[in-house]
Write a protein that binds this ligand. Structure first.
Ligand code: AGP
Length: 369
């Protein structure tokens, strides 16, 4: 087992550190920024259907659902197609409206999640095209899908999903770029810019991973907190949800993810000097707004841990602690800002002496409903 872990203490840590190469593998042969081309057979083969789809429905569970939520922001921005993101377990039981022409994107690491599988079988009967984004080759969801793209992240052993998530984001971004380009909702200049930004991500991930020792220290500082709040806006809102899920799974600390501005409608009542609040506050179009949200937390004596873009002196002054990630276009930045979320959950779990690869009550793939 020590050999399988490649010198790392746990599979989870190994998989977190594999991300420069897994994201690279996911882009390889698909994205060529120098030529300005995208090659994705599953998309090309169904391009007319995708272009004409009145609606895209995304169906998934857990971390894969978070990738889907981020995809909603990306697809609506680049392709102007309305997107709905559904929890598979809710979708399957509620007599869902699926119209002919709708495209269903199913996202699953394992390809065996029972709720997702049954939900897409149902949608398929109703005449929708099922496009699967799956990691495990030949899995049930891959087989039920009529089209799809593999994430090529390699086997994920740790129960907490890490490298599969960044690979899902990479695939979803490629699809949105291609579709936006084909639909004409994305102009050539921005298309090329985003293609370059996406291709640069694997080279930027190591700088985010370099924060590991610093995050480990923060883990010891905050490990005894009873609750955590995770806040983000826009493209980083799904990352707040993902950060909270990772922490719950691995450290058994109660955590909530929230849109930063929604906090004043309730969760702000929880804030006092014992509450660590993780802000995903990289430099994007929401930056000024999230700075105000940080001030609201500091005014109530909450402890602020902020994930920021390198060189952000403003938030560095305000926050109790910062974790730095490289600059990137806001559309692809979540593939970097999620790395500190994974590391923080991991190191807090380790600091508490927990079995991070096999947290209690959880299974790697949930094959029962
Ligand atoms: C994430 O860390 C999970 N343990 C879990 O939420 C998982 O993402 C979910 O069960 C979906 O699994 P899938 O991607 O294999 O379908």
């Amino acid at each position: 087992a020590a050999i399988e872990k490649g010198g790392y203490d746990h599979f989870m840590l190994k998989e977190i550190f594999e991300q420069p190469s897994t994201v690279f593998d996911c882009l390889r042969g698909r994205v060529d920024a120098a030529k300005g081309t995208i090659t994705m057979a599953g998309v090309q083969a169904n391009i007319e259907m995708l272009k004409n789809a009145p609606r895209i429905l995304i169906i998934a569970c857990g971390t894969s659902w978070h990738a889907g939520l981020l995809a909603e922001y990306i697809f609506e921005e680049l392709c102007r197609t309305p997107v709905e993101v559904e929890y598979a377990s809710e979708f399957r039981y509620r007599n869902p409206i699926v119209n002919k022409g709708d495209v269903i994107i199913a996202i699953s690491q394992s390809g065996e999640t029972a709720d997702t599988l049954v939900a897409i079988e149902k949608a398929k009967e109703q005449g929708a095209l099922i496009f699967g984004i799956v990691n495990v080759v030949g899995s049930s969801i891959a087989r039920v899908s009529q089209a799809g793209a593999y994430t090529h992240a390699g086997p994920e052993i740790g129960v907490a999903s890490t490298k599969a998530f960044t690979a899902q984001l990479a695939v979803l971004t490629i699809i949105a770029l291609q579709l936006g380009y084909e639909k004409g909702t994305l102009d050539n200049k921005r298309f090329l810019h985003l293609l370059n930004e996406l291709q640069d991500i694997p080279e930027k991930i190591p700088a985010a991973l370099n924060q590991a020792e610093h995050v480990k220290q923060l883990a010891y500082k905050y490990k005894d907190a009873r609750d955590f709040l995770y806040l983000g806006r826009g493209y980083n809102f799904p990352i707040a949800l993902e950060g909270a899920l990772k922490l719950k799974e691995i450290s058994y600390i109660h955590a909530e993810g929230y849109p930063a501005a929604e906090m004043k409608h309730g969760p702000i009542a929880l804030v006092d000097e014992t509450l660590p609040v993780v802000f995903i506050a990289t430099k994007d179009s929401y930056h000024e707004k999230i700075i105000s949200n940080i001030q609201e937390i500091k005014a109530r004596k909450g402890k602020v841990i902020a994930v920021i873009t390198e060189g952000d002196d403003v938030i560095t002054q305000m926050a109790d602690d910062v974790i730095v990630v490289p600059q990137a276009d806001e559309l692809v930045a979540p593939m970097l800002s999620v790395i500190p979320m994974q590391l923080l959950a991991y190191y807090i779990g380790v600091a508490k002496g927990l079995d991070v690869d096999k947290p209690r009550n959880l299974a790697k793939s949930v094959t029962v409903e």
